[in-house]
Design a protein around this ligand. Structure first.
Ligand SMILES: [Zn+2]
Ligand SMILES: [Zn+2]
Length: 181
């Protein structure tokens, strides 16, 4: 099986297979003497090694929220990777607009925070914990709270005694707190 290849997903530019290589991931049509595509995703992004499953999710959904990227100063940070139509991978920490003040909401290590938190003239303390009741919020769920004021589905959460309950997460009427609905 010397021509066996590991396919991780579909190319956003040409629809070809994206395969795993020694340096990362590339479109099958970018390989060879007359390449018709140039999709090439490095296996290490932001000093973080990308797993095959993460690349599959990025190719399928065009975005993925991940922890463990490393700054030059050696600090770990989360971000959203976004795959453009041109096949570029962008790092984007803004996930939506603040329902309280309209500022940018950024993903942080422990919470999604309003960027106006440090604004001296109009400070906004809106934030959404990333872990609520033992449920790790997904990017989609956080965006639903920001855009629609409530998650579309009930989320599985856990009490101190281990019992499970399911609630939707949404905004309080004053749009400052996250409440279980
Ligand atoms: Zn391609
Ligand atoms: Zn705000």
């Amino acid at each position: 099986m010397e021509n066996e290849k590991k396919i991780v997903g579909r190319c956003p530019k040409c629809g070809g297979n994206v395969v795993k290589t020694c340096k990362g991931f590339r479109c099958e049509n970018s390989i060879g003497d007359n390449p018709s595509c140039n999709l090439n995703i490095n296996g290490i992004l932001g000093n973080r090694k990308m797993s095959d499953d993460e690349i599959t999710e990025l190719l399928t959904n065009r975005r993925i929220m991940l922890d463990g990227f490393m700054s030059k100063e050696g600090k770990a940070f989360p971000t959203v990777l976004e795959l453009t139509d041109n096949g570029e991978v962008l790092m984007q920490s803004v996930i939506g607009k603040c329902p309280n003040c309209g500022g940018d909401i950024r993903v942080g290590n422990r919470a999604f925070n309003c960027s106006n938190f440090t604004n001296q003239t109009s400070k906004c303390e809106f934030s959404i914990w990333r872990n609520i009741g033992g449920h790790q919020l997904t990017l989609t769920e956080a965006q639903e709270i920001c855009e629609k004021g409530i998650t579309s589905a009930e989320l599985e959460m856990y009490r101190d005694d281990g019992s499970v309950y399911r609630k939707r997460l949404g905004l309080s009427p004053d749009k400052l707190q996250i409440v279980k609905i």
